[in-house]
Each structure stands twice: as C-alpha cells, then as structure tokens.
Write a protein that binds this ligand. Structure first.
Ligand code: BES
Ligand code: MN
Ligand code: ZN
Length: 534
C-alpha cells in the first residue's frame, strides 16, 4: 500500500500524452522584416524595388493617391480596369495584377477601401489585413503597403507603423497543431515596406513598426501557449516554458514556487482548487528589470489566471464545449506574453508577472461545496461553488503582489461566463478599485484596437458574497456575476491600486475558428509602453 499523509498523495510532475513539435522557448516567433518607403528625391512608387505594390481603390471608383501615380506610369490601365467594372473596390476585396508596364514591381495588389466617405481606421485595418492574407497565398516575398491612410487623428504616424506591422506579422500566425500530415510550407512574404513616409515622420513610423512586430510576437506567445491541450500545458509545463522563454531575454528572471513553497506562503485558497488534481500547482514569478535607475521604482504587477484546465471540479461543468476550458489559462499566457514584450522592447519600467497555475479537477481529494479555505491574507472563504475557482487562485496571487510595493496591479482572467453575457466577445470587462487605472486600461484598449469596457464595482455588490460560516463566500449569485467576482477580488486588494480584466469573452474563439485570439496582449502592450513613457 502507498502511504498517504494528511490526504496528500503522489502527484505527477510530468505531462502526458501527445507532445507537439514544441517550439520550446520560441513561441510567437516569425520571419518578417519591416521598413519604410518614401518618395524622397526622384523616387516614386513606380520605381520601388519590391515584388508587389499594395494599392487602394475606393468603392466610388476613385483611385487612392499612390494608385493614381501607378496608373499614370502604366498608361491608365488601372482606370481602364475600373471603368470596365472589373474591380468594384468593396472593403477588403483584392485583385492581383501581374506585369504592368512602367513600374518596377512585378505585381500589383488592388485592395478595396470601401466608400470614400466611410473611410476610417477600421476599414484601413480590415483592408490591410485582407491584402496581407491575399499576399500570403502567393509567391510574393516583398511588398510595399501603399494604401491610402486614414487622417492623422484616426491613425497617427506611430500607430500607422504599429498597426501595419502588427497586422502583417499577426497574419503569419498558424496554430502549432498536432495534425499528422505534412506541415504546409511557410509563407514567402518576409519583407514589408510601409509608406509613403516623409522625412519628419520616419522616426515615429519606424518606432511603430518595431513595436507592432513586438506586439505580434507577444500575441503569438499567448496564442501558442493557450492553444496547447490541457494534457500538455499543465502547471508544471507552463512554469518550464516560462523559464525557457525567459532564457532568451537578459532582463527577465523567473522564480517558480512549487507546492511546498506555496504551502509556506499559506495560499489556502489556491491549494483548495488544486487539491483535486494529479498535477501539482505552480506560482510563477517573472521579473523584468531594466538596466539603470528605472529599475529601482515601484513596478507594475500583472497577475494571470492560469487554470490549465477547468472542469468545474465537484461543481462539474456541462460537457458541451468543456474542451474550451483548456483556454482558462489565457490570462496567464497574456501575462507571460506581456513580460516577453517588456523585455523585447527593453521597456524602462519594472514589470512583475505573477502566474497562478493550477488544474481544477473533481476527485476523492477535491474541494467540496461548503468547504472553507483560509487565504494567504488570513481571510476565510466558504467555497460554495468549486467552479468559481479563478477568484480563489487570484486572491492568493494578488496578496502575494503586495510584497513588490506595486505602483499598479492588473489581473487578467477568463473569470466569468457572466462577463460574456454582459459584453459579448467585443469588449473585455474592466473593473477595479482605482478609477484612474481602469480608465487608463480602457484608453490603452482603444489605441490598441483591443477594447475593454468598464463595469461598476460599487460596495453593494460585495454584500452578495455574505456567508454564515466564513468571512465571505466565493459566489454571489447569478445577478451581476462579473462584478461580484471582481468584488471578491476587491477584498484582497485593499490599499493597492488594482484593476481586473475579465477576458472570458475575448481571449479565445469557439466554433469553426476555435483558438486563442491573443487578446488582451495588445491592450497590455499599449498600457506598458505608455507607462514606460515611450
Ligand atoms: N473559467 C470559467 C469562466 C468562463 C466561462 C470562461 C465561460 C470562459 C467562458 C470560470 O472558472 C467559471 O466557471 N465561472 C463560473 C462562476 C460561477 C460558478 C459563479 C461561471 O461563470 O459560470
Ligand atoms: Mn470555473
Ligand atoms: Zn475557470
């Protein structure tokens, strides 16, 4: 017989089953370079040395400025094509033309921009994404982005460069799948020139291109980690992969608390969630410390929910779409991704990532409804529903954040189905105890085209968490479920400047396009870049 002490039992430190051709420590990498092109000197778009020019056409048949230049260079062939009605210019439609006379590029990709009066940053993004998707189907290796640009208050030079690179590099993303057939050939497109960029704008556009590429890489990190199946991506695995990723960046240090260390921190709520699983929990600490003085300041602390699989525990979930609960570590993946971004951009800002990684399973040792756990803060929690586990691991991780004397704490979590009911899949929920911080995150989401919407966490909501047996219960009923979850976290963040992003509806997609979206990494990136003063 195997000896069992105090209900503990042997735990597997290994992940089991199929292991994909892992890109250990190389998540999110892609091969694409970005430059600008300009019309300086006698150069015009007609003489650009690239395989393909990406030109815009409005739905009213009007050529964008650069398309007009090309049209003149090739004896009005573009205009003729439009007059024949061969390309209506609907937003995001494309048509590839080859071997036009009078220009250096061997191909032209006409891209619809929709009606000119409706032209916006949104249509520009959509059209550029469609153009890149079309380019990736061809043998084109280099392309010049020459679409009409929305005016500067919609998209300034920096965000133009950033979005151009983020969209192009983001389009290269492919799921690191476990299909047994031959892997499709990687795309040829490896060089993208954004323009036209005048002398005075070059610095801002180039900075945007650099940041956009870094954001795409970070989104790739989040997506690669989140797309992995639960039998591969366990808490132990997540900790190992974080170490491997951090090895590639000099500014990053990783510390991993194993189960005994977590026990020493008295994280009773986190351990209650984990106790039904054969997989031991991990608390992963990732620190980005920039060189020089800025390293001394109070850090921004990001806290990620890393439930590598959420069955619901004894309060078992319905089987429909339960597989999607492998994405319940999306917050953790976003935190890891954000730290790699801080390192890649050498942000002059201290950033600490805390990842609470557990698996939520039902078994003979699992926590039961009515059980009471003591959090690291000393407060007691009656666990009325074992499926409200995210808040239980976060409350202990948020308490741990205090020791860093943070300037701000932001947690990221696929926390509630109620948030999906409230906001659908377009906005993440933004909550917290510091209005300025919540507003800052919402603004970052607008600039990053990765939006969040504020929900009110006023005192009344906390009253729904009353318990007869402990300091509070871990659920507050159906009504206002996204907010009562935040109110629970608020009990553990008093005195901190704290915000909470509920990304249950935004971090991944179900259905035919099932997979991680990489959100809210663009929002977090904008937040950190601004905080760093870049
Ligand atoms: N991980 C889920 C939240 C979730 C639901 C994410 C749907 C994405 C899509 C979370 O752990 C959970 O189960 N929350 C419960 C809370 C309830 C028991 C108070 C929920 O939302 O049903
Ligand atoms: Mn749950
Ligand atoms: Zn969950």
């Amino acid at each position: 017989m195997v000896a069992r002490l105090n209900g503990t039992r042997p735990r597997s430190e290994k992940y089991s089953g199929a292991v994909p051709a892992l890109r250990r420590g190389r998540y999110g990498e892609f091969a694409m370079r970005f430059e600008t092109w300009s019309k300086a000197g006698n150069k015009s778009i007609a003489t650009l040395d690239v395989d393909c020019l990406v030109l815009g056409v409005f739905e009213d048949g009007e050529l964008s400025e650069e398309a007009g230049t090309v049209d003149s260079a090739c004896d009005g062939r573009l205009r003729k094509l439009l007059e024949r009605g061969d390309f209506p210019g609907k937003a995001a439609e494309t048509l590839l033309l080859a071997d036009l006379p009078g220009i250096s590029a061997t191909r032209v990709l006409l891209t619809g921009l929709g009606p000119k009066k409706d032209f916006s940053r949104k249509t520009w993004r959509k059209s550029w994404a469609a153009a890149v998707a079309a380019l990736l189907k061809t043998g084109i290796a280099s392309a010049a982005l020459a679409l009409e640009r929305p005016d500067a208050k919609e998209l300034d030079d920096y965000y133009f460069g950033r979005a151009a690179a983020e969209i192009a590099a983001g389009s290269l993303y492919r799921i690191n799948d476990l299909k047994s057939g031959k892997k499709p050939k990687p795309a040829r497109l490896e060089r993208v020139l954004a323009g036209p960029v005048g002398k005075s704008a070059a610095t801002a556009v180039n900075r945007g291109l650099e940041h956009g590429a870094a954001i795409a890489a970070a989104c790739g990190v989040q997506r690669d980690l989140a797309n992995l199946p639960g039998n591969v991506c366990t808490p132990t695995f997540l900790a190992e992969e974080t170490r491997a990723l951090a090895k590639r960046h000099r500014s990053l240090r990783v510390r991993v608390l194993d189960e005994p260390a977590i026990r020493r921190e008295k994280m009773g709520c986190l351990l209650a969630v984990s106790q039904g699983s054969a997989q031991p929990p991990r608390l992963i600490v990732i620190e980005h410390t920039p060189a020089g003085k800025a390293g001394q300041a109070h850090p921004v602390v990001l806290v990620g929910k890393g439930v590598t699989f959420d069955t619901g525990g004894i309060s078992l979930k319905d089987p429909g779409a339960m597989d999607e609960m492998k994405f319940d570590m999306s917050g953790a993946a976003a935190v890891i991704a954000a730290l790699t971004l801080a390192a890649a951009l050498d942000l002059p800002l201290r950033v600490v990532g805390l990842v609470a990684a557990v698996e939520n399973m039902p078994d003979g040792n699992a926590v039961k409804p009515g059980d009471i756990a003591t959090s690291a803060s000393g407060q007691t929690v009656e666990i009325l529903n074992t499926d409200a586990e995210g808040r239980l691991i976060l409350c202990d991780a948020l308490h741990y954040a205090r020791r860093f004397k943070p300037a701000a704490v932001v947690d990221i979590a696929t926390l509630t189905g109620a948030c999906v009911v409230a906001l659908g899949h377009h906005h993440s929920g933004a909550m917290g105890n510091d209005e300025a911080l919540v507003t800052e995150l919402v603004a970052a989401g607008v600039r990053a085209d990765d939006r969040a919407w504020p929900l009110p966490v006023t005192e009344e909501y906390a009253e729904q968490l009353k318990s007869n047996f402990a300091d509070f219960a871990n659920i507050g009923g159906r009504d206002g479920g996204a907010i009562t979850a935040a109110a629970f976290l608020g009990k553990f963040t008093q005195g901190l400047k704290w915000a909470h992003l509920d990304v249950a509806g935004t971090a991944y997609q179900g259905g035919a396009q099932k997979g991680s979206t990489g959100r809210p990494t663009p929002l977090l990136a904008d937040f950190l870049i601004r905080r760093a003063g870049l």
